[in-house]
Design a protein around this ligand. Sequence first.
Ligand code: TYM
Length: 339
Amino acid sequence: MSKHTPRVFSGVQPTGNLHLGNYLGAISKFVTMQHEYESIFCVVDLHAITVPQDPKLLKAQTREIAAAYLAAGIDPTKSIIFQQSAVSAHAELSWILSCQARIGWLNRMTQFKDKAGKDKEKASVGLYVYPVLMAADILAYKATHVPVGEDQKQHLELSRDIATKFNNDMGTEDFFPLPEPMIQGPATRVMSLRDGTAKMSKSDPSDLSRITFTDDADAIAKKFKKAKSDPEPLPSEEEGLDGRPEAKNLVGIYAALSGISAADVLSEFGGQGFGALKPRLAELAVEKLSPISGEMRRLMEDTSHIDGILSQGAQRADDIAAPILRDVKEIMGFLAPTS
Ligand code: TYM
């Protein structure tokens, strides 16, 4: 039995274009988990600056993620919502952990390779050590459970390796818990609407590839209508989706949005064409997303309310992280300042 208090930590980058993948793969799961665990949800602005950000937009984008958390149903009196840069433990612990992490481990990170593109020499050092900062985010709170989409799996494995190395090397068995990735349920990997083999992503140049929280009902209907499909009717059994990535993705989105299984979606739509599924999918998406996006817009009109929630959250987050960081510094042999 672990001695660690069960605690959830997760984060979303304030980089604009929050999409259906972020909602189904992460935020909607945060909403459910907050009832089962002590939960901390962060807006990871330090991660956002691993690629250039316009400082004028970053503040608004930070508030927008906070608004999305609130609008989706995260209760700020229960869970902690705050921005990463407001709690110094993230950056401090990240440095200490970067002295534990090995270059070979980071060299294996596929997301760095994807994001850095062809000319890796020009990528920021921050982009390279991005996963170490992620480990610091989680371990600064000794978080035990981390709900994320499938794309973050490798980063979470790295967090576990870093925690294990720290515990072993510093002779502090079990000081850090090994955080458990929670990549479960439907829609752990929502795919692009233009290509069923590519992840739905904020950075896809095609706006038609993703449904975002700023899309109105017409835009959502248009994007599903134009979504790539194939000429076959939908199968009646799930096995029939093998080798049909676009069909699998649309059925998966329908299942996740309606809270039913893919098998149930197929028992309704099996034998019919995409012309039957797509309009229903658009209706469902509008029904689920428009109350959230409407509430986000309402919240964004009162920035002082959002800022107040973030400030209170940062204080509560700091209350948890500061003593853990103090223990880490003691373990490292840093001389504590006398007051
Ligand atoms: P970000 O902002 O890129 O993504 C936020 C969350 O959305 C999930 N996600 C998806 N899920 C399903 N299908 C998709 N197409 C899809 N696209 C994105 C991501 O997996 C993520 O859960 N590095 C993190 C942020 C982070 C973090 C942390 C997470 C920073 N520190 C500590 C957990 C713990 C990220 O990818 O953000």
